[in-house]
Design a binder for this molecule. Structure first.
Ligand code: SAH
Length: 509
């Protein structure tokens, strides 16, 4: 794979299938092409989540292509990728589904070829097959269909110059799948019926297939057009016609997951957001990632560095957040390059998420609350564990946090030093897409995983969508929710990400 470091080598353009939307449905080669890209050129049907695989310095160019709204006409796109590759760039052209199934990938390839630019075609998972599969409809089946016909519904079937032969299509055996057909559903079904297809033939339309907001509409050739109209069902959707549709009755796995159809906003830092989003998405939720906070290094790096340097002189090292662990070891690794320099200091953590980070360093956690993963819980754990009189403690903390831990440990006789490891600031970048979605589609729930996520959400001055429930990870976050005047609907019993996910699932059971 070419990479940016080979700037002397001529450019290349990868025509990559981005899959139908589920970010997991990208090929390994597709991901490598995104990682290698100097420039990403992507359109409407590509899930923007895939852009995360790109390097931070990769240029991202959106070329649109929503039906009727061509941000950049095809000729301009062709010119653009040729020009960029000729400049020596690694260009990754991401196209929804597969690049050469109704994707004009062949035209782009031909332009590149003509211009003498190297290119590769990286096939993708097409919506034509994956869309039905995610609706519980296999496009072929031993008992229903041994043949599959895929056609475009974009051409007007009533125009005499259409290249589609509806007589043949209607008579063809097996399953028929058509893309780009929602707007012409009435003409297409009429043509099918006119040419002898059975009116009771089952039809399904799958909209935004494989994504959290997937919607499926089922009917027959006789009534699907009316149903589309009645439901206000819109593009993009893949249509599947044939007896295979009946399999959905027992195979509808995707839409029957516990959180399917629930749109949930996640507000953690961009770096941490994935853990919660993924767990919610696995349960079927349609997740909108809206990072409201960002972690920055502490202002006084010198003071922090001195305390980290002396960490081995303490009896206890206390971590109250995963971010604290990250900041601590970033500094530690700058000062030492040997884990043993941490010495015999014992390690206490506020909860499982923080403990997980310590374990990643192959260090053991000596103390953690049994439940109640908040400062009070940790204080109790210390109380139950030992006499704290004259015990030296180094607390690795955020600039803005409650003083409970220091106050109470000091009250128990401990000598507490506080290492300010990081600060939490508002995330202001790249939230436009998420905010636009919230405004357009609303949300069923917003989740908060720390008081700072609540505070910085309020600063965005985005009104809570109508009917939007509020879920909090624990009592401290809940207090912030209430203080800022938001309603509170869910509080995790166990104050951790899995605990929050469990509580959300239970809420909608
Ligand atoms: N190359 C793409 C198809 C591009 S044509 C592929 O292989 O999937 C655009 C059409 O594809 C849309 O109008 C719609 O019919 C279909 N499509 C693409 N992604 C889709 C999705 N996630 N859900 C439903 N239909 C989709």
């Amino acid at each position: 794979m070419a990479s940016a470091s080979q700037t002397t080598s001529p450019g290349i353009c990868y025509l990559v299938g981005a899959g139908p939307g589920d970010p997991g449905l990208l090929t390994i080669k597709g991901k490598e092409c995104i990682e290698a890209a100097d420039v990403l050129v992507y359109d409407y049907l590509c899930n923007v989540e895939l852009l995360k695989h790109a390097r931070p310095d990769t240029r991202r160019i959106y070329v649109g292509k929503k039906a009727g709204d061509h941000t950049l006409p095809q000729e301009e796109i062709n010119k653009l990728i040729v020009q960029l590759a000729k400049e020596g760039k690694v260009v990754t052209r991401l196209k929804g589904g597969d690049p050469v199934l109704f994707g004009r990938g062949a035209e782009e390839a031909a332009e590149l070829q003509e211009a003498g630019v190297r290119f590769e075609i990286v096939p993708g998972i097409t919506s034509a097959i994956a869309g039905p599969a995610y609706a519980g409809i296999p496009v072929t089946h031993r008992s229903h269909a041994s043949q599959l016909t895929i056609f475009t519904g974009h051409e007007d079937p009533t125009k005499p110059d259409t290249s589609l032969n509806y007589a043949k299509l209607a008579q063809a055996d097996g399953t028929k799948v058509f893309l780009m057909g929602v707007e012409r559903i009435e003409e297409i079904t009429t043509e099918f019926l006119k040419h002898g297809a059975k009116p009771e033939t089952p039809v399904a339309l799958v909209r935004w297939a494989t994504r959290g907001n997937q919607e499926t509409l089922v009917g027959t050739l006789a009534d699907i057009a009316a149903k589309v109209k009645a439901a206000g069902f819109k593009a993009p959707a893949v249509a599947v016609v044939g007896d295979v549709v009946t399999e959905r009755g027992q195979l509808n796995w995707f839409e029957s997951r516990p959180l399917f159809g629930r749109r949930i906003i996640v507000t953690r830092t961009r770096k941490q957001i994935g853990v919660l989003s993924k767990q919610l998405a696995l349960l079927g939720a349609d997740v909108i990632e809206l990072p409201t906070i960002r972690i920055e290094p502490a202002k006084d790096q010198l003071a922090f560095g001195e305390l980290v340097q002396d960490c081995h002189t303490y009896e206890w090292l206390v971590f109250t957040s995963p971010n604290g662990v990250d900041a601590f070891f970033t500094m530690f690794d700058k000062l030492y390059n040997d884990n043993r320099c941490i010495g015999g200091v014992r390690i206490a953590c506020i909860g499982p998420g923080t403990a997980e980070k310590i374990k990643e360093r192959h260090l053991a956690v000596d103390l953690m609350p049994e439940k109640n993963f908040v400062a009070e819980g940790l204080v109790k754990a210390f109380k139950d564990h030992q006499n704290m009189e004259n015990v030296n403690v180094l607390w690795v903390r955020a600039a803005e946090t409650r003083e409970v831990l220091a106050n109470q440990l000091t009250g128990m006789g401990a000598i507490v030093d506080e290492a300010i490891a990081y600060q939490t600031v508002a995330e202001t970048e790249d939230n436009l897409e998420a905010l636009a979605r919230i405004k357009a589609e609303g949300a069923d729930m917003i989740t908060f995983t720390s008081a700072s996520t609540v505070e910085h959400f309020m600063e965005l001055k985005v009104p809570l969508p109508e009917g939007c429930k509020v879920a909090s990870i624990g009592p401290v976050t809940s207090a912030a929710v209430k203080k800022l005047g938001l309603p509170l609907d869910v509080e995790a019993k166990e104050n951790s990400i899995p605990g929050l996910v469990k509580a959300i699932e239970k809420f909608w059971k």
